[in-house]
Design a protein around this ligand. Structure first.
Ligand code: ATP
Ligand code: MG
Length: 453
């Protein structure tokens, strides 16, 4: 990764070399938009009149990634600069890709881009902005507007439906009304976007937009298409004493807003966002109403954990994140049981590497409903009480200790080790000799196990 500044310098060097050989070269898309917004741009993409062959000839080591689309990746100063030939797109055939592209000029290239604020160019030498699509006015008005006829543009490329919500969140913009009408009308077309693309857009939407992102996905009609399990939470009522805030969906959006992600790494952030999104996904299918009208969601944690795993596998999330999220969802109702939990289980829960994630989700869950944080406080207290000693101390007895005194490897040995570990974590045994003595008493190595003749 290179920072925005060095990406700009690298792209500038590439643009200069193109210009020196008589090819017009401009910064395009996101970098221009972000600079005008006073934000740190991510990558600097270059749009040029040079053909891909000409670009390749000028930059040894350049790699054509999309020959058909005229995109060449040029390594420069540790950055990879995408250099794309000005183009016009042919007919879109599969709801995603044009059947052919022809090389063109900047105004034509601007008009094949998705949203006006993404359709700006910048002269890299002078900083002059070239605006053929009204992008600057929309930047000032903070509006995300499709370039040209919104319906036609979304029909061409169905991914743009999800990009509309994503950019509205990332930029904090409203979606222009005609553009939004088109998204709502054509939302069902998002069904044929690949799961990997859906995953990327949903994650970017949640990272940037949190609860707003979720609500916008719902209002646009996209949620029902790409995440029907989450759509099912809309309008599902909850018991008012615990959930004065409203239905399951509304609660979930609030939990997303309440999450404290400070200190979490990128994968942990994703796990927390997805954990918040999915923590109550088991509620719609488990909902029952008692004769007295009380609403229950028995087992929604376990059901939700299974649903989460299936959903995240479908979206091809990394296995580690899928596991973490499943654990977060499956354990989110554990908190009320902690005060009466035996020491060893409490220690295992509090001492697990992912416990901070569980606690962060729990805090957000409480904050987004009844507001009672006493169980979180209880965890903090217990952790403080364990302070000075590891919450999960190393085992007093290991397999090799028991093998050395005549036990045989196998399931029985595993069960014995587990048993004595529980005694240790419950504070019943305190040192290794005592632990071994307890094992010998309770589970003597049976005759078949003794290694002697
Ligand atoms: P980000 O900061 O997320 O990278 P970006 O604007 O650079 O934002 P990219 O997805 O990297 O977005 O695309 C670069 C540019 O290419 C966009 O600004 C837009 O002009 C154009 N573009 C990308 N995807 C599409 C698409 N599906 N349809 C039309 N134009 C697109
Ligand atoms: Mg980009």
């Amino acid at each position: 990764m290179v920072d925005g500044r060095s990406s700009r310098e690298a792209a500038l060097a590439v643009a200069r070399r193109l210009a020196a050989h008589g090819h017009r070269a401009l910064f395009a898309g996101g970098a221009v938009r972000d600079r005008l917004l006073g934000r740190e741009p991510g990558d600097h993409d270059v749009a040029t009149a040079a053909t891909p062959e000409e670009v390749e000839a000028l930059f040894p080591g350049a790699l054509t990634v999309g020959a058909r689309f005229g995109v060449v990746v040029v390594p420069a100063d540790g950055a990879n600069i995408e250099v794309a030939t000005f183009r016009a797109d042919g007919r879109y055939v599969d709801g995603r890709h044009p059947d052919q592209v022809t090389f063109s000029d900047p105004p034509t290239d601007a008009s094949r881009r998705d949203f006006t604020v993404n359709g700006l160019f910048e002269d890299p030498e002078t900083g002059e902005v070239l605006d053929y699509v009204g992008g600057r006015a929309d930047l000032s008005a903070r509006l995300l507007r499709a370039i040209g006829d919104p319906e036609a543009r979304f029909r061409e490329d169905h991914l743009r439906l999800l990009r509309a919500v994503r950019f509205a969140c990332a930029l904090g913009f409203a979606i222009e009304p005609q553009t939004f009408v088109a998204v709502r009308r054509l939302a069902p077309l998002a069904a044929d976007v690949s799961n990997e693309r859906i995953r990327d857009e949903i994650l970017k939407t949640l990272r940037a937009g949190r609860g707003r992102g979720l609500r916008l996905l719902a209002r646009s009609g996209l949620l029902a298409v790409v995440l029907p399990e989450i759509e099912a939470m809309r309008g599902v009522p909850q018991p008012p004493p615990y959930h004065p805030e409203g239905d399951v969906f509304f609660h979930t959006a609030l939990v997303l807003d309440r999450l404290d992600l400070s200190g979490a790494g990128p994968d942990e952030c994703d796990a927390l966002l997805l954990g918040a999104l999915l923590h109550d996904v088991g509620k719609p299918p488990t909902r029952t109403t008692d004769p007295d009208g009380r609403i229950r969601f028995n087992g929604h944690d376990a059901v939700g954990a299974e649903m989460s795993a299936a959903l995240l596998e479908r979206l091809r999330l990394p296995g580690r994140v899928t596991e973490q999220v499943g654990a977060l969802v499956g354990a989110h109702m554990t908190f009320p049981n902690l005060p009466k939990m035996r020491q060893n289980r409490l220690r295992r829960f509090l001492g697990a590497p992912d416990f901070p994630l569980h606690l962060a989700l729990h805090r957000a869950d409480c904050g987004a409903s009844h507001g009672d944080l006493s169980l979180a406080a209880y965890c903090e207290e217990r952790l403080a009480a364990f302070a000075g000693e590891p919450v999960l101390p190393p085992p007093l007895v290991k397999g090799r200790d028991l093998l050395a005194i005549g036990y045989r490897p196998g399931p029985r040995l595993g069960a014995i080790l587990e048993w004595v570990r529980e005694l240790q974590l419950d504070g019943v045994v305190h040192d290794a000799p005592e632990a071994v003595r307890r094992v010998l008493e309770a589970y003597p190595p049976d005759a078949s196990e003794s290694s002697g003749p």
